[in-house]
Design a protein around this ligand. Structure first.
Ligand SMILES: C[S@@+](CC[C@H](N)C(=O)[O-])C[C@H]1O[C@@H](n2cnc3c(N)ncnc32)[C@H](O)[C@@H]1O
Length: 211
């Protein structure tokens, strides 16, 4: 796998396209046939309102969007750098109601607001403080007042790299600190993700509400 130069956004784009093309969406280490915990946490954040706008940032080819529409969610968006992954996601959603945004989260200018922001295994690739500050700014612009974030990153005993890229690893306290005072933490979880190759990857999950 090619290494991505730190400042090279187009290379980041090509990197992820190549990952999905070369490995296939069901062989990548983060694949989940049933994104149970994500669905549970999105449903809890929605508090019974399936019209709540949900965005899965860096959602890739995840089955989360299809599971949410299958459970009655009517306003689901997936944003990702990889066109290949979004094509796969499109075909997984039998309701054809999911919206797709092909682009880089770090240069994205949200045109509307969402009640729920879901990020599984994307934030942890932001190893530079400046990129994390940009992420927070985009998050604040994209969320409704009182909106929720569901954030999952590798735990302190998780892998140091994913797909050839270095990652930052977090405890729940560290993720809360990254979100800052604008958010009130509503829950934390730890999870052992089993990769398709049989490895175990510890994740830290945090849910929080924008004040
Ligand atoms: C480890 S995968 C996780 C995919 C998905 N969240 C899941 O749990 O199945 C990381 C995803 O983030 C996307 N990604 C990485 N950096 C991104 C960025 N700056 N903007 C948008 N998407 C990005 C990749 O294309 C990839 O689909």
């Amino acid at each position: 796998m090619r290494e991505v130069p730190e400042d090279d956004a187009p290379a980041r784009d090509e990197h992820w396209e190549a990952v999905y093309r070369e490995r296939g969406p069901r062989q990548v280490s983060w694949f989940q046939a049933d994104p149970l915990l994500s669905v549970e946490l999105v449903e809890a954040a929605a508090e019974g309102d399936t019209s709540a706008p949900v965005i899965d940032v860096g959602g890739g080819a995840s089955l989360l969007a299809a599971h949410l529409t299958g459970r009655g969610f009517t306003d689901v968006t997936v944003l990702d750098l990889s066109k290949e992954a979004l094509e796969i996601s499109y075909h997984q959603d039998v309701t054809r109601t999911v919206s797709f945004i092909h682009g880089d989260l770090l240069t994205w200018n949200p045109e509307r607001r969402y009640r729920i922001w879901h990020d599984r295994a994307v934030f942890h690739f932001l190893t530079r403080p400046g990129d994390r500050a940009v992420y927070r700014a985009v998050l604040r612009r994209a969320l409704e007042p009182g909106g929720r974030i569901i954030l999952a990153a590798f735990a302190p005993d998780g892998p140091t790299h994913c797909s050839g890229l270095p990652v930052a690893r977090y405890s729940a306290e560290e993720l809360a600190a990254e979100l800052g005072d604008a958010f009130i933490v509503t829950g934390t979880r730890t999870e052992q993700h089993h990769t398709p190759a049989g490895a175990v990857q510890p994740f830290t999950w945090i849910t929080a509400r924008l004040r």
